[in-house]
Design a protein around this ligand. Structure first.
Ligand code: NAD
Length: 254
């Protein structure tokens, strides 16, 4: 898909981190960007920075998501690209070992990371499928979900987070197959360790140890590197039903 000034994009979690980098990158390419997030202050600041719009949306609530799409479509038209970056990573100590089975925290993490991505993807797909084709391929839209290396190498204290991200991997392939005859592609990116507010909240020694565990390059990923893969996924029509690890080959120890 060509990204230009006629391309409406929705980025969930666009107020911060990986979503923010995507919002900036798509705006630089001329696209009309709508940010769905809960953080009004940061969301409004990013919208002002990129000349897009911010909509207060809780992705875990289907009605809030529906309102968000209504607002975004009224401003920009039917979205052609959905980037699902909204997510939470509960502090490991709250779910580690003795407290491994905290039902409320488990439900919340699944609710935001997995069900939240399903809510936005399913509602976007409905609109995309009903829209006019964009090109000779019959392409109508693309959805990019965000998994994690935790989907494959979950560590102690990451039961809820890993389950939510494993669900993203599990959801992406059948969703892509379901939507293929509608011209909607679905892919996911599984990031390793990126230097976003989510990771910068860890103590410095934890960040340094994580960076040292990355075989190459031995540093935290830059959010722009995530955005550049998202751009590639949008532009390359043959990329479909794929989960790409973007992790410098890190394999997490327990
Ligand atoms: P971040 O904390 O910087 O940004 C996440 C954004 O999601 C925030 O702006 C937050 O307000 C928003 N959000 C949280 N709950 C929401 C909700 N219910 N509705 C709407 N918005 C909500 O984190 P990030 O590092 O940019 O993470 C983005 C995604 O990438 C997440 O899904 C995360 O799990 C995943 N991820 C991050 C890393 C990493 O190393 N940073 C690694 C693997 C996966």
């Amino acid at each position: 898909m060509i990204i230009d000034k006629n391309t409406p994009v929705v980025v969930t979690g666009g107020a911060s981190g990986l979503g923010h980098a995507c919002a900036v990158m798509f705006a630089k390419l001329g696209a009309k960007v709508a940010i769905f997030d809960l953080n009004d202050e940061m969301g409004n600041a990013v919208a002002a920075e990129i000349g897009g719009i911010y909509v207060h949306v809780d992705v875990s609530d289907p009605a809030s998501v529906a309102d968000g799409f209504k607002t975004a479509r009224a401003a920009h038209g039917q979205e052609r690209i959905l980037i699902n970056c909204a997510g939470i990573a509960p502090a490991r100590k709250t779910v580690s070992r003795g407290a491994a089975h905290d039902p409320a925290l488990f439900a919340k993490t699944i609710g935001v990371n997995l069900i939240g991505s399903f809510n936005t993807a399913s509602q976007a797909a409905e609109g995309m499928a009903a829209s006019d084709a964009l090109n000779a391929d019959g392409e109508r839209g693309i959805i990019i979900n965000t998994a994690s290396v935790a989907a494959y190498d979950g560590q102690i204290g990451q039961i809820a987070y890993s389950a939510s991200k494993g669900g993203i991997v599990g959801m992406t392939l059948p969703m892509a197959r379901d939507l293929s005859d509608k011209g909607v592609r679905v892919n996911a990116i599984a990031p390793g360790i990126f230097g976003t507010p989510m990771v910068k909240a860890f103590p410095q020694e934890v960040q340094d140890a994580l960076a040292a565990d990355i075989p190459f390059p031995s540093r935290l990923g830059a959010p722009d590197e995530y955005a550049s893969l998202a751009r590639h996924m949008v532009e390359n029509a043959m990329l479909n039903a794929e989960v790409i690890r973007l992790d410098g080959a890190i394999r997490m120890a327990p």
